[in-house]
Every structure is written in structure tokens, then in C-alpha cells.
Design a protein around this ligand. Structure first.
Ligand code: ADP
Ligand code: MG
Length: 750
């Protein structure tokens, strides 16, 4: 039996799911497929895996698998359940780059993509007795596909000695999406709804939707803190930058006692230290460069001093990239009167997905004595992480989404109004422990215009990798696959066409469905988009592999280069301008000459990451050079995983080791890397436009790419911005204001 800590047991016993242990376990014992739905925070994710563990579902050496659409959730939930079971070794996680699974693991939390890969090797999932698809209402692409696949696997395993149970867990929305006859023609899912005691939440709309939602949020939080009784505040905004800005202003207005006192003075001190350090770091960067260039007699002097005073407990220190601008300081919040004397401090914490998970965990701890907790979050806090004791919710009504054109694959981040369902989720967070209030910073008329639900991810994302994965499982006619919502036919056709051009699929004569080729099978082994996997397959010569691994890892991780250089553009602050210049200068040095320069921004990535890894740079040093430290760590993990995969599954002359220092690529290696990239990414070649076919004027520096009508420009922070070669290879198109810009540009010509 499990011996839990008394405090944990007490907390569990208060969760609505806890009282339903017997009926839930019975439903699962008696049915192959069970849908459990309840409000966010009622205990589904943390409790149901434990119920099944205690009911003996792992006693024959089988695993309980739980899939999450987000990496953050997979990691933090595994940790939490390990603590609750009082036996952390039994609960592990596995995400794209890493995991801590051992022979002792009984409960495995993983991202949905990981389980899909596992199906390749174990198509009946014999290792598992239960699969739980968590947060199914989010309709992530892979969890949708898993539900389609598992409906069949459960059917096949139902008659075997060890049946496989499928549990679909969802917040209380969109249940009918999962009960379609098409999905479950034979095994009818049993639905278990758990009512939770939800206290009343009074919803307040604005009479008129404000123009500047960040400022509106600021004023609302000030109002709540100054006028309303105790209780934590949870704020939803669109993205990381808005979170940082609000934390900066709010913790400036209501500082923690003894911290940040006389705010500006402390800031000035911090700035002085920073200036000193920047000089030191500049030297360090040169030394790291010399080291990379092979002059190994120069040893970098690694600064040991902390670059910033440690004000880190408070969210304020997470605002590193925010330039303090004295003018804005006084203007922000406009006509707000100064806070009344003796106000208690506001303990502000950020919560967004790129925040290191250790910092994410802080929201679960009680705030310091005598302060009010205020969590400023993006939509990660909407369903997967439950912040305790919230009484006030402030909802900006906004979210940032990566929009893909499903046909061209062009992606851009945009801020949108949320759906009505999301607004309800957000408001509901205020009533978990007591009656609460939700302030929606938009008008009720606008709310009526919101979409009812957000669109399933599968409709808004290229499906190439998915098609390859399904074909690798011998699912040939993808149009017939039981998707909860099928992708549209053009989307599927374009993906098959791209995969065929890549050599991953082939259409045998007199047949209607394309089949996977041996190359395609190899490509589908990698947790990479198919073209990047092909880069690796082609790099298996001339000692190119270590560089190719570096490149595809870097290009698969979100925003390896931080946008500090870009933020300097058009910014009046002298500090920001200076910073941009220094970073661009460093990047030009890294870019080099000859073939290295032709590789363009990818040379910069290679060298910058080399400097970070082999120079053992600290987080602050990375940020100062315009590299996002969390990305550097992720890239390192991804390299390690790819190296393991390649060492075990490819026949290389020499095993690759990740720790070995890598000399910069030679001229010839740069040239070959470039050729491989061009061969694998033919859709991402763009041509400079000098005159338009109809004689209309062409803007300066315009490029035409395939499948896209609009002109696109080389980003002004790119190394090749001034060269404007006739043909270029790009990695991404991002919208900045009215302009579409290429990111990570390489020359195509010889
Ligand atoms: P659901 O999956 O139904 O949304 P969860 O099982 O995620 O609910 O959460 C149940 C409770 O456990 C919530 O009150 C939440 O605050 C708490 N909880 C979750 N993770 C942690 C953690 N790391 N530390 C402390 N409490 C946590
Ligand atoms: Mg949950």
C-alpha cells in the first residue's frame, strides 16, 4: 500500500475527483474506453494515475501512460505525482529531448508526440495496460491522432489476456467530439462526469473595449489590490512580453519590503554593474571566438561574478530584456493616483511556457507573509497548471498563437481574441475555493462575437510529419483515418506531394495511395520535420554529421537567437541601440568570410552555439550575446538525443561524441552543408524580384517565394540583409508589423 505524507493526503481528500475513486476505477475495470470530464483543477491529472496504480494496473510489469499536449505539463505533473505517491522513482516523464524513465517506472507522463513515435516500435503498446489522453479538449494534433489510433488498438487488445484501457480526460467541453460513432464504431465510451463544487463567479464586462489592453490590465490590478479584500489575482495576457511589462510596472508600484526599495536607486546600481560586466564580456566573446578559430593558446577568462544583483525571488528579475524607459514609466497607467500609503506589497510572479520550469513551480507555493499573490500568465495557466486560491481573475481576452498557413507552411505569431470557451475557462479559475470575481476587459457585445471554441490544431498546421508517421505505420489511405476532425484534402495532398519530392514517399504504378520508401522509414525515426531528418541522412559523409546535427537541432528549437538585436531597431533608447550594434558586430565576426559567409545566418548559429557550449557560457553571457539561454540548453539536449539515435542506428565510421570540442567547419564543409540544405529544402528557396510581370513598381529588396503571393524581405538583422543575393534559402517567414521577413538566410549561388 502507498504511505503518503499526511499533508498531501489531506490536500488530496479535498479534491472532487478523490470522492469518486471507486466509481471511476469500476468504470475503467468494466469498459475499454472511458471519458472522464470535470472542471480544471478538480484532480484528474494528479489523481487518476494514482487510482490506477493502486488498483493494480501496473502489477504485471505494465506501465500506465499519460500523454500531455505540453512539455511543461508532462514534466511538472510527473514530478507532482511522484511526490504525492511518496515514491518519485515510480513516476517518470519523457519529452522530445529527455526523460528520466528507469526500470522502476510505473507511471510515465509524456508528450503526445512521444507516444506516437513509440507506436512505431510497439504497434499494440504491449508495455502498457492503460493510456490516458489528458487535456483532450485542447485538440492538439497528436492527441487527436492518438485517439483515432487507440480506438483501434483497444479494440484489438480487448480480447487479449491483457486488454488496453483508454481514458480520455477533458475539461467540461466538447465531449461529443470524442463520442462519434466513426471514432468508436464498436467500443462505446463510458462517460464519467465529476461535478465539482464551483463557487459563484461574478463576471464583469467593460462597457467599452479599451485600446491598450496591457494598460487596462495594469489599472484593473491596481484597483483590485487597493480596494478589494484579500485573495490572489490571476491575470491572463497574450505573451511573454506583456507578462514582463506588467510585472515590471506592478512590482515597481507595490514593492516587496526591503527589496527594490527606492526602485530607481537599485536599478541604477544594477546598471552600473552591468556596464562594467559588458566590457568584460566583450573581451570574453573575442576570446571565445579566438578559441573557435583554433587559436587554443588563448584561454577564456570566465567571469565568475554575478552579473545582476540577486533580486530573483521576485518576478522583477525576469524582466531582463525590458529597457527601463523613464518617460514611459510616468506615462504608463496614465491618470492613476499614487498608491495610498501603507499598501501591502504585491507578490508578482510570471508564468509562461518559455519560463524555466523551476520558476514555473513558484506559483504553487504560498506568497510571503503580508503580501498578495498576483500571477501574470499566458494561456498556459488556462487548463494545464492550476494555481491555488485564486479569487480574482483579470482576463485581457487575448492570446498569442502561432498561425500556420497549412498549405505553404508559412508561420507567424499573432495576437487574437480568445474563444468563448477559453473565456469561460479563465473565469472559472476564480471560483475554486471561494466565491470570486472575473473581470473581462472587453465588452459583452464583443464576447458574443468570439468563436465558440478554438479550432483543432490539425486544421491549422502542416501535416507532413504526421502523414509520414502514419504511412510508416502502414496506414496508407489517410483520408479514411478516423480523425476526430479530419484535415482538409488539399492539406493532405500538399503534404504527400512534398514528401514524394523529398523521396520519402512513392506512388507505385497503378496504385492510388503513396507508400513509404526506405528513406522515408529512416526519416520517420527522427523526432524532426522530414526535411531536417533528410539533412542528417545526407550528411553521413565528409565528417559533416556533427555540424548537421548542430544545425537541425538549432533550427528545430524555438527562437534560438533572442530578439534583443531586433528590439534595438527603431528604439530611441541609446542603451538598446548600443546593444543591438554590439550584437550585430559580433554576429558579423561569427559569420566570417568565403564559404562560411555564404552559409549566412546559419554560420552565426553554428559559431554562437559553439561559443556557448565550448566556452561554457553562463545564462547572462548568452543573453548578452543575443542567444536565448533556455534554447541553448534545449539544443544541447536535442543534440545529445540525436547523437544517441545516430550512433545506435546508423553505420558511422566513428561514433560521434557530443562533449568533444568541434573545430569550426572548413570551407569545403560549409559548401557541402549548404548544398545539402538546398537539396532538402527546395520549397524554401526565394528569388529576388527586379521587375514585376505587369510593370508595377517593386519595393526595394523584395523577394518572391513559392506558393506565396506577397513579397518577402530579408530581415534587417540578417547577415545577408545588405547583400540581397539573387537566390536565397530561408528557414522561416515571420511577420513584423506590415512586412513579412525571412529568418535565417543562406545564399544559394556557388
Ligand atoms: P485537473 O487535471 O482536474 O485540472 P490537477 O490534478 O491538475 O486537476 O490539479 C489538482 C490540484 O493539485 C490543484 O488544486 C492544483 O493546484 C494542485 N497541484 C497541481 N500541481 C501541483 C504542484 N506541483 N504543487 C502543488 N499543488 C499542485
Ligand atoms: Mg489536468
Amino acid at each position: 500500500a502507498v504511505q503518503r505524507i499526511a499533508d498531501i493526503q489531506l490536500k488530496r481528500s479535498k479534491l472532487p475527483i478523490f470522492a469518486e475513486e471507486v466509481p471511476i476505477v469500476e468504470a475503467i475495470n468494466e469498459n475499454a474506453v472511458v471519458i472522464v470530464s470535470s472542471e480544471t483543477g478538480s484532480g484528474k491529472t494528479t489523481q487518476i494515475p494514482q487510482f490506477l496504480y493502486e488498483a493494480g494496473y501496473t502489477s504485471n510489469g505494465h506501465l500506465i501512460g499519460v500523454t500531455e499536449p505540453r512539455r511543461v505539463a508532462a514534466m511538472s505533473m510527473a514530478e507532482r505525482v511522484g511526490i504525492e505517491l511518496n515514491d518519485p522513482a515510480k513516476v517518470s516523464y519523457q519529452i522530445r529531448f529527455e526523460g528520466n524513465r528507469t526500470d522502476d517506472t510505473k507511471i510515465l507522463f509524456m508528450t503526445d508526440g512521444v507516444l506516437l513515435k513509440e507506436l512505431r516500435n510497439d504497434s499494440m503498446l504491449w508495455k502498457y495496460s492503460v493510456i490516458i489522453i489528458d487535456e483532450a479538449h485542447e485538440r492538439s494534433m497528436y492527441s487527436d491522432v492518438l485517439i483515432g489510433l487507440l480506438s483501434r488498438i483497444c479494440f484489438l487488445r480487448a480480447k487479449k489476456s491483457v486488454p488496453l484501457k483508454l481514458i480520455i480526460m477533458s475539461a467540461t467541453l466538447r465531449l461529443t467530439d470524442f463520442t462519434q460513432k466513426k471514432l468508436f464504431p464498436v467500443l462505446t465510451p463510458k462517460i464519467v462526469k465529476v461535478e465539482s463544487r464551483q463557487f459563484e463567479v461574478q463576471v464583469h464586462f467593460e462597457r467599452k473595449t479599451p485600446d491598450d489592453f496591457v494598460e487596462a490590465v495594469y489599472k484593473k490590478v491596481c484597483n483590485i489590490h487597493e480596494k478589494l479584500p484579500d485573495g490572489a489575482i490571476l491575470v491572463f495576457v497574450s505573451g511573454q512580453n506583456e507578462v514582463k511589462k506588467l510585472i515590471h510596472h506592478l512590482s515597481g508600484r507595490y514593492p516587496l519590503k526591503g527589496k527594490n526599495k527606492g526602485g530607481h536607486l537599485q536599478k541604477k546600481k544594477a546598471k552600473a554593474i552591468e556596464a562594467k560586466e559588458t566590457v568584460k564580456l566583450a573581451n570574453f566573446a573575442d576570446q571565445a571566438q579566438a578559441l573557435l578559430d583554433g587559436k587554443t593558446d588563448v584561454k577564456p577568462e570566465i567571469p565568475t561574478e554575478k552579473v545582476r544583483p540577486d533580486i530573483d525571488e521576485h518576478g522583477a528579475a525576469d524582466c531582463d530584456l525590458l529597457e527601463d524607459d523613464e518617460d514611459e514609466e510616468t506615462l504608463f497607467g496614465g491618470n492613476l493616483a499614487p498608491p495610498p500609503p501603507g499598501m501591502s506589497p504585491l507578490f508578482c510572479l510570471p508564468l509562461y511556457s518559455l519560463l524555466p520550469s523551476i520558476k514555473q513551480q513558484r506559483v504553487f507555493a504560498p506568497p510571503p507573509e503580508g503580501t498578495r499573490l498576483c500571477v501574470i500568465a499566458t494561456n498556459v495557466a488556462e487548463t494545464s497548471l492550476t494555481i491555488p486560491n485564486v479569487k480574482y481573475v483579470v482576463d485581457s481576452g487575448k492570446e498569442k498563437r502561432r498561425d500556420y498557413d497549412p498549405i505553404t507552411g508559412v508561420s507567424q505569431f499573432n495576437v487574437h481574441w480568445i474563444s468563448q470557451a477559453s473565456a469561460e475557462q479563465r473565469s472559472g479559475r476564480a471560483g475554486r475555493v471561494q466565491a470570486g470575481h472575473a473581470y473581462r476587459l472587453y465588452s459583452s457585445a464583443l464576447f458574443e462575437d468570439f468563436d465558440k471554441f478554438s479550432a483543432p490544431e490539425i486544421l491549422n498546421k502542416p501535416v507532413d510529419q504526421l502523414v509520414l508517421d502514419l504511412k510508416a505505420m502502414n496506414i496508407l489511405k489517410i483520408a479514411n483515418f478516423p480523425f476526430p476532425t479530419p484535415p482538409n484534402v488539399d492539406q493532405l495532398a500538399v503534404a504527400e506531394k512534398r514528401l514524394t519530392l523529398l523521396g520519402a514517399l512513392t506512388l507505385p504504378p497503378k496504385q492510388t495511395e503513396a507508400k513509404i520508401t526506405p528513406l522515408g522509414k529512416t526519416l520517420s525515426l527522427f523526432p524532426l520535420s522530414p526535411p531536417f531528418a533528410k539533412v542528417l541522412a545526407m550528411a553521413n559523409q565528409h565528417d559533416l554529421m556533427p555540424y548537421a546535427i548542430y544545425l537541425v537541432s538549432a533550427l528545430s528549437v524555438r527562437e534560438p537567437m533572442s530578439h534583443v538585436a531586433r528590439e534595438g531597431l527603431g528604439n530611441d533608447s541609446i542603451a538598446a541601440q548600443k546593444r543591438m550594434k554590439a550584437i550585430l558586430k559580433q554576429r558579423h565576426t561569427w559569420c566570417g568570410i568565403g564559404q562560411s559567409r555564404r552559409l549566412g545566418d546559419l554560420s552565426v548559429l553554428l559559431k554562437a552555439l559553439g561559443a556557448a557550449d565550448f566556452g561554457r557560457m553562463t545564462p547572462q553571457e548568452c543573453e548578452n550575446l543575443g542567444l536565448r539561454f533556455k534554447a541553448v540548453v534545449e539544443i544541447r539536449k536535442m543534440r545529445r538525443q540525436l547523437v544517441n539515435l545516430i550512433n545506435t542506428s546508423c553505420n558511422l565510421k566513428h561514433e560521434i561524441t557530443i562533449e568533444a570540442e568541434l573545430p569550426p567547419p572548413t570551407e569545403e564543409q560549409c559548401r557541402q552543408l549548404r548544398q545539402i540544405l538546398i537539396a532538402c529544402l527546395p520549397n524554401q528557396i526565394a528569388k529576388r524580384v527586379n521587375e514585376s510581370p505587369d510593370g508595377s513598381p517593386v519595393p526595394d529588396g523584395a523577394y518572391q517565394c513559392q506558393l506565396l503571393e506577397e513579397y518577402v524581405f530579408i530581415d534587417s538583422t540578417s547577415m545577408l540583409h545588405k547583400d540581397r543575393p539573387d537566390f536565397i534559402l530561408y528557414q522561416e517567414i515571420v511577420q513584423f508589423g506590415p512586412k513579412k521577413c525571412f529568418q535565417n538566410v543562406t545564399m544559394v549561388e556557388p
